[in-house]
Write a protein that binds this ligand. Structure first.
Ligand SMILES: *[C@@H]1O[C@H](CO)[C@@H](O)[C@H](O)[C@H]1NC(C)=O
Ligand SMILES: *[C@@H]1O[C@H](CO)[C@@H](O)[C@H](O)[C@H]1NC(C)=O
Ligand SMILES: *[C@@H]1O[C@H](CO)[C@@H](O)[C@H](O)[C@H]1NC(C)=O
Length: 326
């Protein structure tokens, strides 16, 4: 649901880029009645966590025990609507919430949640009702909180609010109107204060920290770009282009090799017939594309994450998580 207007720029020559076809991935099904594992978090030896379409964060407890509720917001408990699977998630998401970014702070076992409607949230290591940490910055309320990254050294959280004008449900409006009201934000764990790092951005979505914590990368969906925001060193505060992408990005995660996996909803729209359906790219530490992920046509990805020697494929549209041996 992010398609439309990117300019067509040739990104790199095909022979330098490894292509991995995700069609053979194992499908870990979500429970009946929910879908859309947009973002994935991992904790401990084999704990897998994801936010789904009814606003909850679920935990996978292995084949025998299956999925269980890990975290939920205050409305999930109060409003029967939220657990009524006969009501579409589009209709109820503004009340029931939608967890779009999830990541643990490993020192404390707390899970941070970027909820499109509730704002930045946190839940303790045993789960339960998540606490809202922030709903606005500089007096301007969040409208569409989307991606996050936790600095494992400090506990600070970097996150995005994709637009001041459109909520997640109406996110197509961001692309159609070329909306540039998104923000890149920082939640400081010590002071609990939120600062605006960059404002007036076109559809900021996923965010990740570099391996050396010196900079962030943030994916901009409709311009099909990744920008770099310097946190440390002589460039601190500078915001610059990092990579042009061959498709519409969602979340960004470290690839454990010093670079990043960027999940793509789809390849750029173009005049020429499209020969392969792109759902992800791996960028090296300089922003150069080094690998592509392809899929069959009805697959879209919102996150590509590495854990236990496998690639984990989240999708806001599908009712399963893909798992690919690497
Ligand atoms: C989005 O919000 C900004 C700031 O409130 C405003 O200036 C702009 O006109 C709005 N854009 C649209 C497309 O509504
Ligand atoms: C948005 O940008 C595209 C490409 O740059 C342009 O063709 C289109 O007219 C713009 N739309 C609006 C509503 O400004
Ligand atoms: C990926 O594999 C599937 C199944 O084998 C095949 O149909 C599809 O064409 C392949 N895609 C690419 C881009 O090679």
């Amino acid at each position: 649901m992010v398609a439309l207007a990117c300019l067509i720029i040739s990104v790199a020559t095909a022979e330098q880029i490894k292509t991995t076809n995700t069609t053979s991935s194992y499908h870990l099904p979500l429970p009946d009645g929910v879908s859309g594992a947009e973002s994935l978090a991992f904790y401990g030896k084999d704990g897998i966590y994801t936010g789904v379409s009814d606003g909850r964060v679920l935990k996978w407890r292995g084949r025998a025990a299956g999925w269980s509720t890990f975290a939920y917001n205050s409305n999930f408990r109060k409003l029967p609507l939220c657990s009524d699977s006969s009501v579409s998630s589009q209709e109820k998401e503004s009340k029931c919430g939608r967890s779009l970014g999830v990541e643990f702070y490993r020192k404390t076992g707390e899970l941070y949640i970027a909820d499109a409607y509730f704002g930045l949230m946190k839940v303790g290591p045993n789960g339960g009702e998540a606490e809202v940490l922030a709903k606005e910055a500089d007096g301007v309320p969040f409208h569409f909180v989307n991606g996050l990254a936790v600095d494992q050294a400090t506990g600070d959280v970097y996150f995005t609010d994709s637009s001041l004008n459109f909520t997640r449900r109406f996110n197509l409006g961001i692309t159609i109107t070329n909306d540039t009201s998104g923000r890149l934000l920082k939640y400081e764990a010590q002071t609990k204060h939120v600062t605006v790092l960059e404002a007036d951005l076109p559809y900021p979505n996923g965010v990740a920290l570099s391996r050396d914590s010196k900079h962030l990368v943030v994916a901009l969906t409709w311009p099909c770009q990744v920008f770099r925001y310097w946190l440390k060193g002589p460039m601190a505060g500078k915001y610059e282009l990092f990579a042009e992408l061959p498709g519409y990005p969602d979340n960004v995660r470290p690839d454990n090799q010093g670079g990043f996996w960027v999940a793509l909803n789809r390849e750029r729209l173009q005049q020429a017939p499209v020969k392969k359906h792109l759902v992800g790219v791996r960028l090296n530490s300089d922003g150069k594309e080094v690998e592509e992920l392809t899929a069959v046509w009805d697959v879209t990805l919102s996150e590509v994450a590495t854990f236990n020697g496998k690639l984990w494929l989240g999708s806001v549209d599908l009712d399963y998580i893909g798992v690919l041996a690497i």
